[in-house]
Design a protein around this ligand. Structure first.
Ligand code: NAD
Length: 496
């Protein structure tokens, strides 16, 4: 049974549980306990109790815990990545990529003492000094999706605790094992009991976190409808909230692009992790019919060379989808695309992987002539389905992107600097690549989309995380001085 981590101890809690599957075999690999309100309460109480001592621990000591934790993550990388692959399905190389990106966030959190330095102004008035400090908030919570069970939690809690907060993490119930294992490594690194707590669960656990007044801030990553719900409910309950949602990222292919470079980049972005990435590229907008025809031919050839199988099988490019329900949903979109009139060029349905006949495998699927208004254009599919959209100009491509409800990521393939600059300057999307199909910011920048891909002001990780997990306090100070004595002043203080 996969349980919880509360106050440094493995804890049961909640009478319900859910099956966890190995997506490559379709077999139940374990069960996860689903926390009830009382279990979440216990985690919040532990985090609240741990806060005063942790807040007052010197920042450098907190940071050293992160440095030790980073070493443990590196030492146990094989085990962590096997756990990711066995519950998520992604190929091992992709699990290592995810973990490495997570480790970089831990590394950045170990610089927190530098990042927490405030601002100081001496002598703002006679004998008066003023400064700002960035103080921790208290108990913070993180709610994370299935598709990055190691990386996305590491976007959140390492910086939160390095800033002096305590934390409750609610991972996805679909692949919780690597997340819990990583939290146990953090205890081993010396994080005091109660500073990081993990409650496994579903909506019941999330609602308990959103309604408890002791929780000061909530970071959420997941689908847009739930992000919107978490943002609205958390804000209504007086919390600081950042809620990152879904995506439908467009790549633009210009006629002057290096086509081979673009096709290789698009293959990885469309089919890597079976398309289950919020920065995946499920739509490529080709400018001009000649560009679209050439793109289509090259994609078909590359798709034919892809190896699909269990994430544990060496040399595979793509594994299965995460659950049977998600497999059915993605398959349904392929059927819907055909019914809507898009041209199905490569059909991934009907794929069987020898020895893994019950796995949730869907082959790479390619549509041409996808158009706005079709559900396969408008909605996030989150599977290995790539659509080619044909337009005649860059302006048309850009207005399609700007009109879309999501604004997470986008990229353009071109050799022309002016085109690239016009695109990056004007496109209404939060993360933009030029000849880079997955423009995921590095750990010392921040990650976030625009429009309905993010609710809140501050982006995830990087410098924005320091601001999200702290609040500014401004202090103005004067000490009694033997030389200066003045009577009461009734005018508003100024340096006039
Ligand atoms: P999800 O929204 O189903 O679940 C996310 C979290 O919310 C999980 O912990 C889940 O237990 C919880 N949850 C689910 N239903 C809930 C409800 N009704 N009330 C309260 N909590 C609930 O998302 P998912 O399927 O796990 O992940 C895939 C989604 O996440 C995709 O939409 C993807 O684009 C998005 N995503 C976004 C980013 C980003 O940075 N913008 C990153 C990764 C994933």
């Amino acid at each position: 049974m996969i349980t919880h981590l509360i106050n440094g101890q493995t804890a049961e809690g909640g009478s319900r549980c859910a099956d966890v599957f190995n997506p490559a075999t379709g077999a139940v690999s374990g069960q996860v306990r689903l926390a009830d309100g009382a279990t979440v309460e216990a985690a919040i109480a532990a985090a609240q109790a741990a806060f005063p001592a942790w807040r007052n621990t010197p920042p450098l000591k907190r940071a050293r815990t992160m440095s030790r934790f980073k070493e443990l993550l590196e030492a146990h990388a094989d085990r962590i990545c096997q756990l990711i692959t066995d519950e998520h399905g992604k190929v091992l190389a992709d699990s290592f990529g995810e973990l490495q990106r997570g480790i970089e966030n831990v590394e950045y959190a170990s610089y927190a003492p530098e990042l927490l330095k405030g601002e100081h102004s001496r002598n703002v008035g006679p004998g008066i000094d003023a400064w700002s400090e960035f103080q921790p908030l208290g108990v913070c919570a993180g709610i994370t999706p299935f598709n990055f069970p190691a990386m996305v939690p590491l976007w959140m809690w390492p910086m939160a605790v390095a800033c002096g907060n305590t934390f409750i993490l609610k991972p996805s119930e679909r692949d919780p094992s690597s997340t819990l294992y990583i939290a146990q490594l953090a205890q081993e690194a010396g994080l005091p009991a109660g500073v990081l707590n993990v409650v496994n669960g579903d909506k019941e656990a999330v609602d308990a976190l959103l309604h408890d007044p002791r929780v000061q801030a909530v970071s959420f990553v997941g689908s847009t409808p739930i992000a919107e719900y978490v943002y609205a409910t958390g804000c209504m309950n007086g919390k600081r909230v950042q809620a990152l949602g879904g995506a439908k990222n467009h790549a633009v292919l210009m006629p002057d692009a290096d086509l081979d470079m673009a096709v290789s980049a698009l293959m990885g972005a469309a089919f890597g992790s079976c398309g289950e990435r919020c920065m995946a590229v499920p739509l490529v907008v080709a400018v001009g019919d000649c560009t679209a025809d050439a793109l289509r031919d090259k994609l078909v050839a590359q798709i034919a060379g892809m190896k699909i199988g269990s994430g544990r099988t060496a040399g595979c490019d793509m594994g299965p989808l995460v659950t049977r329900a998600h497999f059915d949903k993605v398959r349904g979109y392929v059927e819907r695309g055909v019914a809507e009139g898009a041209e199905l060029i490569v059909d991934g349905r009907g794929l069987t992987v020898p020895d893994f006949e019950n796995g949730y495998f869907l082959g790479p699927t390619l549509f041409d002539r996808v158009e706005p208004g079709m559900r396969i254009y408008e909605e996030e599919i989150f599977g290995p389905v790539l659509g080619i959209v044909r337009v005649e100009s860059l302006a048309q491509a850009m207005s399609l992107i700007d009109a879309h409800e999501y604004g997470n990521g986008t990229c353009i393939f071109t050799r022309d600097g002016e085109t690239a600059r016009h695109f990056t300057d004007n496109i209404q999307v939060g993360m933009v690549g030029v000849n880079v199909s997955l423009p995921v910011p590095v750990a010392y920048h921040s990650f976030g989309g625009w429009k309905r891909s993010l609710f809140g002001d501050l982006h995830a990780y990087g410098p924005d995380a320091v601001r999200f997990y702290t609040r500014r306090k401004q202090i103005t100070q004067r000490w009694p001085s033997s030389g200066v004595r003045e009577g009461a002043v009734f005018a508003f203080p100024s340096s006039r």
